[in-house]
Design a protein around this ligand. Sequence first.
Ligand code: AMP
Length: 115
Amino acid sequence: MGNTIFSKIINREIPADIVYENENILAFRDINPQAPVHILIIPKIEIPTVRDINGKEHGPLLGEMIDVANELAKKEGISENGFRLVFNCGKHGGQEVYHLHMHLLGGRQMKWPPG
Ligand code: AMP
């Protein structure tokens, strides 16, 4: 099961700097950080993109991902100044890995609009 690099991280087939894990979720530092804090929060089940999310089915899981983001933001010292949560979806969204992931970015002033 699992074709993406993130499945391999979940299965411990390749290493990652894991900062959080529970039965549903894994979080690890992005290998190419775009901010002083850049963590990827992923569900352990395979959902390729935001397009595959159904609110009724996945709502609790997404809520848990936000809880983890808030917990990690506090732990990393970026909660008070704020941070950015990003889901890239599909080609125009700039998605590279087709295993759902939420980027937690912080530790610097973010710009808007994004590139
Ligand atoms: P996205 O463009 O939203 O699909 O983001 C994929 C992210 O995964 C990028 O920010 C990559 O730097 C990151 N990434 C790719 N491979 C790894 C890896 N082995 N460990 C940690 N982060 C990775």
